[in-house]
Design a protein around this ligand. Structure first.
Ligand code: MIC
Ligand code: SF4
Length: 644
């Protein structure tokens, strides 16, 4: 059979099931990655499984999200992660080494491998021809224990790239075009596979920008072929040995085809407040800009920062504009320094941030009130920057650099500046000294747990009936940032008791107290939502903390893939309306009842009786495995006997 790249990697890793779109399959996971904001809980969960050592090929524990260290909490987490990695056999990446996805691309990713990461931008690895999927921390902990990862066999969409990018148009504009076409919803269960003659003209970091931000479409992952370009990149990283060719067979089938002529693209921007709100830069030319931030796992490669350096060299940012740079890795920063690019950037008035997520996760560099911020990152959800009134636009590094110089948006093609053609180096500076490799036997290592290291919250078996209240009703496209804010609250990721007090903080500040009071009275909490509930990040805390507050069900018009899996893992039933219009017939505060809740999980159908209202028909699409997890009260309870 002629196979596409996705089918090839899945077939190589298939443990259970058939590759029939929509059916549940189980695959073997070669590599895992966690980062500190999800990893502390993932390692606590791994520990609770009682295993002595990670069992997958390679487990990486990165620290890149919580590096601000105001108070002892972040440093406590880092120390726990450092010692747990040594104890259980994971590689530890020290704070300051860089952003997990950029580092993984540089130093560990390999074509044809599977990677499961506790971060939604794990698909960055698809730029190297690996099948790299984001998931909740608990699923990653299971994979670290050698357990399979379960997912719906995907539909594969070929994104056929033709032509070559014009000057000033770059990889970010390609993925913004894809987002404009596919939008941020309705793409659950799809893999975007890139092909066509245009692929050869894109280098690995550019491909990684595209696969990274595919996450914003809500797809399972995105993948590029592994070809001569991939080989060159890996050789330049001193890792040519892991290269293997991986191409789709001539005539391989796809469920859908999207054609993009690269030569016809123009500079684009995602306008506030969604990555799918894509407009041309020319249409917003003249809009005043207060802040420009270059970095994040989408655009922080050497090529990206060196491009900005070339644009700014010998010039200065406009008065009143704050330009900040967060290099993706120490390798990027060191090479910028040795090539003179760093001097050019500092000379132009740039502020140097740490090699970390920083501004992207909203724990620093928040814009001022009503500020317009141009960022090269991947998410501009309202309030994510830390400033509720800010207007964040997402663009390429080229567009952002020109905006910093002009103090307003300008189409870079007409800006009168020479085009900064930067090539990926033929040899990268390799310095792995901030990776700590584990001892062959970690049994003598003591794991250190500071006071910020809490315990894994336990679930309880699903009750026979749901008797409760609609504790909150929200609209469409509620992101996990709405449910479980990051930014200043991030430091409580390993303290569920405390973190739970911030659930839906920015949407309805009274929610957490109300839900906790219901729970104390034995009233089950229900969340009612519109379309595409749980967009965005992989943070399982958006399920774990609601579980802690006594939420038993989400009833939505649709639920995004990673979040749905997280809800199941934490014993919350992910219902959808049989008839989407019924969403308007149930109000916040209504008393609701679902008899036969355990039956519903088995049959996939339920009826919700809302106080004084009609009976509402619900459905819940679950595999038999998922139903068992829900009945048991979550994944940890269902594998209490250990991962086999
Ligand atoms: C994000 O970009 O939203 C994050 C922070 O990286 C999250 C992970 C987290 O919440 O820790 C993600 O993308 O999964
Ligand atoms: Fe970090 Fe931002 Fe990337 Fe998330 S999207 S991993 S916060 S840089």
């Amino acid at each position: 059979m002629k196979m596409n790249i996705t089918q090839k990697i899945l077939t190589d890793h298939l443990i259970e099931g058939e590759l029939v779109a929509g059916r549940e399959i189980a695959i073997r996971i070669d590599q895992t990655l966690t980062q500190d904001a999800t990893g502390t809980m993932a390692f606590l969960q791994f520990e609770s499984m009682g295993l002595d050592r990670v069992r997958n090929e390679l487990a990486l524990s990165y620290v890149d999200h919580n590096t601000i260290q105001v108070g002892p909490e972040n440093a406590d987490d880092h120390e726990y992660l450092r010692t747990a990695a040594a104890r259980y056999g994971a590689v530890f990446s020290m704070p300051g080494n860089g952003i997990c996805h950029q580092l993984h691309l540089e130093r560990f990713g390999a074509p044809g491998k599977t990677l499961l990461g506790a971060d939604s931008h794990t698909p960055t690895g698809g730029g190297l021809g690996m099948l790299a999927i984001g998931a909740g921390g608990l699923d990653v902990a299971v994979a670290m224990g050698g357990g399979a990862f379960h997912l719906a066999a995907p539909r594969v969409c070929l994104v056929r790239l033709e032509g070559k990018l014009p000057e000033w148009v770059s990889a970010k504009d390609v993925i913004l075009k894809v987002l404009q076409t596919l939008s941020t919803r309705g793409n659950v269960g799809v893999v975007l596979e890139y092909g066509g003659r245009g692929v050869a003209a894109l280098d690995v970091p550019e491909r990684a920008t595209i696969t990274n931000m595919g996450a914003e479409c809500g797809v399972t992952t995105s993948v590029f072929p592994s070809d001569a370009v991939t080989k060159r990149f890996l050789e330049a990283q001193g890792r040519g040995g892991v290269w293997r060719e991986l191409l789709a067979d001539e005539g391989a089938g796809y469920d859908k085809v999207l054609e993009i002529d690269l030569s016809k693209l123009e500079p684009l921007a995602a306008a506030p407040h969604s990555p799918g709100n894509v407009v041309s830069v020319s249409s917003i030319a003249g809009t005043k800009v207060h802040q420009v931030c270059i970095g994040s796992c989408t655009n922080s490669s050497y090529r990206d920062l060196a491009t900005v350096a070339r644009v700014l060299e010998g010039r200065h940012v406009a008065p009143g504009v704050s330009l900040g740079l967060a290099p993706g890795s120490r390798q990027v920063l060191q090479m910028l320094a040795s090539s003179g690019g760093l001097g050019a950037l500092l000379g132009a008035g740039a502020r140097l941030y740490e090699n970390a997520c920083g501004f992207c996760i909203g724990n620093s560099a928040s814009p001022g009130t009503n500020g317009v911020s141009v960022r090269t990152s991947n998410r501009n959800f309202e309030g994510r920057s830390g400033t509720p009134s800010a207007k964040v636009y997402l663009t390429s590094p080229e567009t952002a650099a020109v905006a910093a110089l002009k103090g307003e948006f300008a189409d870079p093609r007409g800006c009168g500046l020479p085009y900064p053609a930067v090539k990926t180096p033929s040899e990268f500076d390799v310095d792995d000294t901030m990776f700590v490799f584990p001892p062959a036997d970690g049994r003598g290592v003591a794991v250190r747990r500071g006071p910020n290291i809490g315990t894994v919250p336990g679930g309880e078996p699903l009750p026979a009936a749901l008797e409760g209240e609609v504790a909150i009703k929200v609209g469409d496209r509620i992101t996990t940032d709405h449910i479980m804010p990051a930014g200043q609250r991030l430091k409580y990721r390993s303290n569920i008791e405390k973190y739970s007090t911030f659930v839906f903080e920015g949407v309805d500040a009274g929610f957490a107290a109300r839900a906790a009071a219901n729970k104390a009275k034995g009233v089950h909490n229900v969340i009612v939502a519109g379309d595409s509930y749980g967009q965005g990040s992989s943070r399982e805390h958006a399920a774990m903390c609601p579980m802690h507050l006594g939420v038993k069900a989400v009833v939505a018009r649709s639920i995004e893939r990673i979040h749905k899996a997280n809800l199941i893992n934490f014993g919350i039933v992910p219902f959808t309306f049989e008839n989407g219009d019924d969403c308007s017939r149930v109000e916040a505060g209504a008393a609701v009842r679902i008899d036969g809740l355990r039956e519903a999980v088995k049959t996939g159908k339920a009826v919700m009786e809302a106080e004084g209202g009609p009976s509402i028909h619900l459905r819940v699409e679950l595999s038999a495995r998922e139903a068992d997890i829900l009945l048991a009260g979550g994944l940890l309870r269902s594998i209490a006997s250990g991962v086999k």
